[in-house]
Design a protein around this ligand. Structure first.
Ligand code: C2E
Ligand code: CA
Ligand code: CA
Length: 610
């Protein structure tokens, strides 16, 4: 019948009363409902297959690997999508039931504990799990993954499994690491920059505190970087910084940090010291690392550095304080003469306070321009006994502190660069004064003291020309006194050029304080030096210390041989004078004749001898 499903399968015999079969009966059952059920089941199955297919396509198209794992003493994956192969290089099926390998076996050993801790925390704190960690790809490379998952709970409320998704974030991580590297490293030298350095210093200090150790902070500043940059160009300067960075890095242990703080300043954090004196090893190694010249663009560049060293926790209890102390030590080292290292000490700190005060006052004084005067000390010819020249010596009439000796403020002026304007003022004033004396009929020469910083400055020659022109004196009446340290820098082109130009101009060059440095007269041959001033410490040994007499005698003799005039400084006694005359020293100056005096007083002396 229409639309009805019947089933005739149930057949049975019809018996009469005697039990004989008289026919066959049949029961027709209506099975419509069952058929419908069967059909919908088939449809459902089809649908399920289709949706499973969809699910598979979906899962395999996802930009991540999906997994389900259970924990039963150890982790075991019950589902792992195919994308896992793309991320790890291993077929996803490898991981199912740990058939070939467990997922944990490819997690970076250093990240395993962190992974487990986080999974557990997700359970105890009832929150999703989220973590970035590393896995080792089949090709051996390290991949960064982002894993996000959650615990799934059964009807009994107990955790039954763990579902999650894994994303490959290697590219992002690499980019992030590059950006971080850029942010924390110096572009030029690729060394840690100031920010990272401070961070490392803090960590090192914390570590030292925990382990009851000391640490040393070395601040290192190149002595001649500005000159290299100015004379040979920024390119060479940059290469020098790179080279210095490399040499410093190679001399360190891996636990120590070398950083480029900017400019020509480097820093080294030396960790795990038991004794503060161990820091001298690194300080010396750092200085030694720079002694060999650098080959840059075919030229050999010599450099040296000054180091300031501070010890944690002795000198400072935090990074900031330690840096300040090391900086003070560096400042003191520079003032002391460079190419050396200097520890911070409290006494120094007090001295530096004075120094800083002098520096500030010096700036004010230079701005006012009225606190400085020149005193003049006569130079006497030992042949005639007459005044043939004067040496200009600066005096600072400090408004609150009276007269300050050049010995106390010239070094400060040198380290701060204030010497340039101060020295230019001395040059102009001395030339003008000489001009006045010349016009008054006394053709004396005037000697000025030039510091190394001025000679290195580059524009010294033009300053001299201007001063001579505006004072209208002949160049031969100007003498420039330099110390041995200046002319000994034979490698330095600027110094060589400056001295040569001055000589060509007709200016006299004299070596001051001769004998106190490392100079020997043979050095003089390479330079247009026409005078040597024998240091007063030797002159004062005359009649007392045979060695000093021998030195004076030798210098005078050699000067004669090299055609260099000799001047004895600091002559105070008749005995000294007689000795010098006997040795035929050319000139002398000292309290025996006169102190350095005001120009008016010197004018009186000139008048007196006329
Ligand atoms: P210096 O160039 O060796 O100057 C000679 C120093 O010896 C002067 O000290 C002078 O007063 C002192 N003196 C002169 N005769 C005698 C003597 O018979 N006995 C003793 N005991 N000392 C004598 P001053 O004026 O204190 O200058 C000290 C140093 O300061 C100078 O040593 C020089 O290096 C530096 N200086 C002075 N003026 C200037 C300047 O204008 N520029 C620069 N760059 N340095 C300067
Ligand atoms: Ca002098
Ligand atoms: Ca001198």
């Amino acid at each position: 019948a229409g639309g009805l499903h019947t089933d005739l399968e149930v057949k049975f015999p019809i018996l009469d009363s005697a039990g004989a079969i008289v026919g066959v009966g049949a029961i027709a059952t209506d099975i419509t409902e069952r058929k419908r059920a069967e059909e919908s089941l088939a449809a459902a199955t089809r649908e399920l297959r289709a949706s499973e297919q969809k699910f598979r396509t979906l899962v395999s198209n996802l930009p991540c690997a999906i997994y389900r794992s259970v924990f039963d003493g150890e982790w075991e994956d019950v589902f792992m999508s195919e994308a896992m192969e793309e991320i790890t290089g291993y077929p996803a099926t490898d991981f199912i039931a740990n058939r070939v390998r467990s997922f944990m076996s490819i997690v970076h050993p250093d990240d395993r504990a962190m992974h487990d801790e986080n999974v557990e925390a997700a359970l105890t704190e009832g929150r999703p799990f989220e973590l970035e960690y590393r896995v080792i790809h089949a090709d051996g490379s390290i991949r960064w993954i982002y894993d996000k998952g959650r615990w799934v709970f059964g009807d009994d409320g107990e955790p039954s499994c763990f579902d999650g998704a894994i994303f490959d974030i290697t590219d992002r991580k690499t980019a992030e690491q590059q950006i971080e590297h850029l942010a924390y490293h110096d572009k030029l030298t690729d060394l840690p920059n100031r920010a990272l350095f401070i961070d490392r210093l803090r960590q090192a200090a914390a570590h030292a505190t925990r382990h009851n150790q000391l640490l040393a902070l070395h601040l290192l500043d190149l002595d001649n970087f500005k000159e290299v940059n100015d004379t040979l160009g920024h390119h060479v300067g940059d290469e020098l910084l790179k080279g210095v960075g490399q040499r410093l890095s190679t001399m360190l242990r891996s636990t120590d940090t070398v950083a480029h703080l900017g400019g020509d300043e480097f820093a080294v954090v030396q960790t795990e010291l038991k004794d503060a004196t161990e820091s001298t090893v690194v300080a010396e190694r750092a200085m030694n690392a720079l002694t060999d010249p650098f080959e840059i663009d075919g030229s050999r560049i010599h450099t040296a550095a000054t180091l300031g060293v501070a010890i944690f926790p002795n000198d400072g209890s935090d990074a900031q304080e330690l840096l300040k102390k090391a900086d003070l030590a560096l400042y003191a080292g520079k003032a002391k003469g460079r190419n050396t290292y200097q520890f911070f000490d409290q006494e120094m700190s007090v001295k530096l306070q004075t120094r800083k005060k002098i520096e500030a006052d010096l700036r004010d004084a230079l701005a006012r321009g009225t606190d400085f005067v020149l005193h003049y000390q006569p130079l006497v010819s030992l042949e005639t006994g007459g005044i043939i020249g004067v040496e200009a010596l600066i005096r600072w009439l400090h408004p609150g502190q009276g007269t300050i000796s050049p010995i106390d403020f010239i070094p400060v002026a040198e380290t701060t660069g204030l010497i340039h304007s101060l020295g230019a003022w001395v040059l102009r004033t001395a030339c003008n004064q000489a001009g006045e004396w010349h016009r008054a009929g006394w053709p004396v020469s005037v000697a000025i003291n030039a510091s190394a910083v001025q000679i290195h400055g580059g524009d010294f020659v033009s300053l001299v020309k201007q001063a001579l022109e505006s004072a209208q004196i002949e160049p031969r009446f100007l003498e420039v006194e330099i110390t041995e340290t200046v002319y000994l820098r034979t490698r330095d082109r600027v110094v060589g050029d400056t001295l040569r130009h001055l000589h060509e101009l007709g200016v006299t060059l004299a070596v001051d304080d001769f004998g106190t440095g490392y100079g020997s007269l043979t050095y003089l041959r390479g330079f247009p030096i026409s005078k040597v001033k024998i240091d007063r410490s030797f002159v004062q040994g005359i009649g007392k210390i045979p060695d000093d007499e021998a030195i004076v005698r030798a210098v005078v003799g050699l000067g004669r041989g090299l055609n260099v005039r000799t001047v004895a400084e600091g002559v105070e006694t008749e005995e000294q004078l007689d000795f010098l005359k006997a040795e035929e020293c050319d000139e002398a100056q000292g309290y025996y004749w006169s102190w350095p005096v005001e120009p008016e007083e010197l004018t009186r002396l000139l008048k007196a001898q006329a």
